[in-house]
Write a protein that binds this ligand. Structure first.
Ligand SMILES: [Zn+2]
Length: 468
C-alpha cells in the first residue's frame, strides 16, 4: 500500500503572472502540473518528470503497447544520436537545420539528437536488405525521448525541447500493402484516443517536410492549442481550414493541439538511402514506408489542458496516477476512534482488491483536516476519492465517495456502506473500455477473414474462367 506522505510531490503555489526559471506560465496544464508537483523545469523547454506524472506516462505507454500488440507491431530502440551524414543524404539536414540539436564527438564526427527516426529506420532496412517480400509488412516502434531546438519553447510540456514520443514505422513491399496497414494502424490509434475519452480528430494534412503521399494530423481541441481545426456544424466533418469539404457549409474554427501525425511516406526515404525489397518475380525495388507518431508527453499535457478546470486537474481515467485516494480521519477526532490508520488500511486493501494492484493510495497526513486534504485531492483529480468522515462512526460505517472523473462533476459525495461502495468502484471505466477494445478487434479480425475469403473466391472464379 502506498502512502501520500511518502510520495515525492513538491507542491508549489504560483502567483498570477509569475515566471518560473524565466519562463512565462502561459497555460493551465503547465500551471497545474507545476503546482501539483508533477513536473519541474530545469531550463527553458526542459522538464523533470516527477513520480506521479511518471506513473501517468507509464500507464499511457502500457495502453499503447497493448494497442500495438493487436497490429503485430514490434518494439525496439534506436540510439538518440543519429549521424548528421545520414540526414545529409536524405536532404533533411538543411530542411530542418535550425531545429536540430547538434553534437560533436571527440573525432569531430557530427551527430544530431534525433527529433524523429525515419532516416535511422530506413538505414537499418538498407543495412539488412534487400528484404524478401515474405518478411513484409513489418511494423516496428519505439517510445523514447526526442529533441527539437524550439525557437520559443512554451506552454510547458506542450512545446518542449525534449519530449517523449511514440514513433512507429511501417515497411511495405508496395503501395497497396502500405495503404491497408495504414488503415489498420490509424484504426488502432483511433481506439486509443477513444479509450482515453478524448475527442481527437483525424484531419487530412499536407505531408510537409516529411514527404510522402498521404498524411493526417491528430488534433485535440483545447484553448491553449497553437493549431486550429475547422469543424462543420452541420455534418461534424473536421478539416484543417476553410469551408466544409463534405457539405460546403461554413465551419467554426477551434484552437487545437496536434497530438499525433501519421504518414504514408512512399519511397521518400528508401530511394535516397537505398532500402529495397525483392518482389517474387522482379529485381529489387525501393521499400514503401509509413510512419505514425504520437507525442506522449504532449498528449498527457493536452488531455489535462482539454479536461481540467483552471484550478483542478482532470485525467483521462485510465491514466490517472492512482485511480483512488483514501482519506482517513484527522488525528484525535471522533472518527479517529472508529477509523485508526490500521482500519483505514483495511478499507483501502478492500478497495485495492476491487480496483487492481497499485491503484489505491492513502492520504495519511493525519495532521491535516479532512477538508484540506479533500481540497488537495480534488485539485489532483483522483478519479475516486473515498473519505472516512463523519458517517464512518455510524453502525455500519458509511463512507463518502467523490467521483471527479472527466465530465461528471457532481454536487456532493455519495454516502455508501462498504459493500455498495466496493460494488460501485468495481464498475470502473478501464475495464469497460477493455471490453469495448476487445470487441473491436474481434470485429476487425472477422472482417479481415471475410475479405480474405472473398478474395479467394474471386481468385477461384477467375482461374476457372481462364481454364481452356
Ligand atoms: Zn459539413
Amino acid at each position: 500500500m502506498r502512502y501520500l506522505s511518502q510520495i515525492f510531490q513538491p507542491l508549489i503555489t504560483i502567483p498570477k503572472g509569475a515566471k518560473l526559471k524565466n519562463t512565462d506560465i502561459t497555460c493551465k496544464s503547465q500551471k497545474l502540473l507545476l503546482e501539483c508537483g508533477l513536473i519541474r523545469p530545469t531550463s527553458a523547454g526542459l522538464f523533470t518528470i516527477l513520480p506521479l506524472a511518471r506513473r501517468a506516462i507509464d500507464k499511457l505507454e502500457n495502453l499503447i503497447h497493448k494497442c500495438l500488440e493487436h497490429v503485430n507491431a514490434q518494439r525496439m530502440s534506436l540510439p538518440s544520436l543519429t549521424s548528421a551524414r545520414l540526414w545529409e543524404r536524405s536532404g533533411r539536414l538543411d530542411q530542418v537545420g535550425a531545429e536540430l540539436l547538434m553534437v560533436q564527438d571527440r573525432h569531430n564526427k557530427q551527430y544530431l539528437l534525433a527529433p524523429t527516426h525515419e532516416e535511422a529506420v530506413t538505414e537499418l532496412m538498407a543495412d539488412v536488405g534487400p528484404l524478401s517480400y515474405k518478411q513484409l509488412p513489418l511494423l516496428i516502434y519505439q517510445i523514447s525521448n526526442k529533441y527539437r531546438d524550439e525557437l520559443r519553447p512554451k506552454h510547458g510540456l506542450l512545446r518542449a525541447r525534449e519530449f517523449q514520443m511514440l514513433d512507429l514505422y511501417g515497411v511495405h513491399a508496395d503501395e497497396a500493402s502500405a495503404a491497408s496497414v495504414y488503415d489498420d494502424v490509424t484504426g488502432v490509434y483511433r481506439r486509443l484516443f477513444d479509450s482515453l475519452h478524448l475527442p481527437v480528430h483525424r484531419v487530412s494534412a499536407p505531408p510537409g517536410e516529411m514527404g510522402g503521399s498521404v498524411s493526417h494530423e491528430w488534433q485535440l481541441p483545447a484553448a491553449a492549442g497553437e493549431d486550429t481545426v475547422a469543424v462543420c456544424p452541420s455534418c461534424s466533418h473536421v478539416s484543417l481550414r476553410g469551408p466544409c469539404q463534405r457539405c460546403g457549409s461554413e465551419t467554426t474554427t477551434l484552437n487545437s493541439i496536434e497530438v499525433g501525425h501519421t504518414f504514408v511516406l512512399g519511397t521518400r526515404y528508401s530511394e535516397c538511402l537505398q532500402a529495397r525489397c525483392t518482389p517474387p518475380d522482379s529485381n529489387p525495388t525501393p521499400l514503401v514506408m509509413s510512419c505514425y507518431g504520437i507525442g506522449i508527453t504532449r498528449l498527457l499535457a493536452g488531455s489535462i489542458e482539454h479536461l481540467s478546470s483552471e484550478t483542478s486537474i482532470r485525467w483521462p481515467a485510465p491514466i490517472a496516477p492512482y485511480t483512488a485516494l483514501v482519506i482517513g480521519p484527522k488525528e484525535g477526532s471522533k472518527e479517529w476512534l472508529s477509523h485508526n490508520p490500521e482500519r483505514v488500511r483495511g478499507v483501502s486493501q478492500l478497495i485495492t482488491d476491487a480496483l487492481g494492484d497499485e491503484e489505491v493510495i492513502i492520504d495519511d497526513r493525519h495532521h491535516l483536516t479532512i477538508g484540506k486534504r479533500l481540497m488537495l485531492a480534488d485539485r489532483m483529480g483522483y478519479p475516486y476519492i473515498i473519505v472516512c468522515g463523519r458517517s464512518s462512526t455510524d453502525t455500519p460505517p458509511k463512507y463518502e465517495l467523490y467521483r471527479s472523473n472527466s465530465g461528471h462533476e457532481e454536487p456532493g459525495p455519495l454516502l455508501l456502506e462498504l459493500s455498495p461502495l466496493l460494488e460501485h468502484i468495481k464498475q470502473s471505466q478501464p475495464k469497460l473500455f477493455n471490453k469495448c477494445i476487445n470487441s473491436f478487434y474481434v470485429l476487425l479480425f472477422l472482417w479481415k477473414r471475410f475479405v480474405l475469403l472473398f478474395q479467394c473466391m474471386i481468385h477461384l472464379v477467375l482461374s476457372d474462367h481462364h481454364r481452356p
